[in-house]
Design a protein around this ligand. Structure first.
Ligand code: UT7
Length: 326
């Protein structure tokens, strides 16, 4: 049993915030942001929630796959910025779209989230438990970013992407191999605290408001530049493929310098690395599915094309998967 992506979709909030808009908020310059990150603008929610944009992206994916909401068997939403602790975002999406026959749950692996969710859905389908899955990466990071911290607020954007995955009997298709890992011991280099433990039995009586994203950018950078190529090579090795045989490297869009460094390490030309971060910034779990949808709708994915998807982020988490487009 193999799996096949039969539909993709994405949604970006209407409001576009440019680097010049950022200059009015913090002590930064368009040139600094472009040179250090490759980002020129990002989409920012003016009220849209994670579940609302996730549902919009998912609706597009279902439309492309030609499926009705009632046919969906599983929904996994990868997010680290849900609007509710309970219920989970996937159940909210289920409710919005009317996917009443699906089992729905969230998965938080930050920027690696979509890839981990895709791998989880693949595993469920391959065992025969479900025949299809809606896999979504969605974030409204603008609400957990500190808009007074220039070292982080310029990096992130809001958006959602989705893929509809189905079981298929076709040979040589779908996820060929994967490589996943986590390094929790170094997790605090990229963090965001939720509420503190305050209850009638704790010494602390005052609840501190949930915090904002904090990041040691250089540590995350070094981690990414080392770990992403290693994960990709591991996944390729498992698939018995070489880097030269890959048509598209769909990487987490955090920083163009990271993508360029990965390309250099793998000795692969940059034209095999599609990018959109200049327009959308880092949308954590949404970056890979939004980019996948954009290149799919642009007609750049042909049957039999070999893709590598790779992500890294808070956790720390990292991974790569080799996927044959069907
Ligand atoms: O999804 C995973 C999420 N995270 C990442 O992928 C982050 C990975 N890391 C990075 O992308 C980079 O480390 C950053 C883009 C975050 C920072 O770039 P950098 O080249 O590592 O800069 P830096 O932190 O070494 O800072 C250099 C200088 C500092 O000034 P001083 O101390 O040299 O005077 C910063 O204060 O740049 C300053 N700076 C800024 N200047 C203008 C930091 N942020 C800004 C800013 N505008 N927005």
């Amino acid at each position: 049993m193999n799996t096949k992506i039969t539909g993709t979709g994405s949604f970006l909030p209407e409001k576009i915030v440019t680097n010049f808009d950022m200059e009015k908020l913090v002590d930064t310059q368009d040139a600094w942001i472009r040179e250090r990150t490759g980002i020129a603008s990002r989409h920012i929610s003016t009220g849209e929630t994670v579940s609302s944009i996730a549902a919009k992206a998912a609706k597009e994916a279902l439309l492309m796959a030609g499926k009705q909401p009632g046919e969906v068997e599983m929904i996994i939403v990868a997010t680290c910025s849900p609007e509710m602790l309970l219920p989970c975002c996937a159940c909210q999406v289920q409710s919005i779209l009317g996917c009443s026959n699906a089992v729905a749950f969230d998965l938080n692996a930050a920027c690696s989230g979509f890839l981990f969710a895709l791998n989880a859905a693949t595993a469920y389908i391959k065992t025969g438990l479900y025949k299809n899955a809606l896999v979504i990466g969605a974030e409204v990071l603008s609400k957990i970013v500190d808009w007074t911290d220039r070292s982080t607020c310029v990096l992130f954007g809001d958006g959602a992407g989705a893929a509809f995955l189905e079981a298929t009997e076709e040979e040589n298709i779908g996820m060929l191999s994967l490589s996943q890992g986590s390094d929790g011991a170094r997790g605090m280099v990229l963090a965001c605290e939720d509420r503190d433990v305050v209850n009638p039995f704790t010494e602390k009586k005052e609840q501190i408001l949930p915090g904002y994203v904090t990041m040691n950018g250089q540590e995350v950078y070094k981690f990414a530049v080392r770990q992403v190529p290693a994960s990709i090579l591991d996944a390729l090795n498992k698939a018995n493929l070489t880097v030269e045989e890959i048509d598209h490297f769909v990487l987490h869009q955090a920083n163009i310098r990271i993508i360029e460094a990965v390309a250099k390490r793998l000795k692969v030309p940059m034209d095999k690395f599609p990018t959109n971060l200049e327009r959308v910034g880092n949308m954590s779990s949404a970056t890979i599915p939004v980019l996948l949808d954009e290149i799919n709708r642009a007609g750049k994915l042909k049957k039999g094309d070999k893709l590598v998807m790779s992500g890294f982020g808070a956790g720390l988490t990292y991974g790569a998967g080799v996927y044959i487009w069907g």
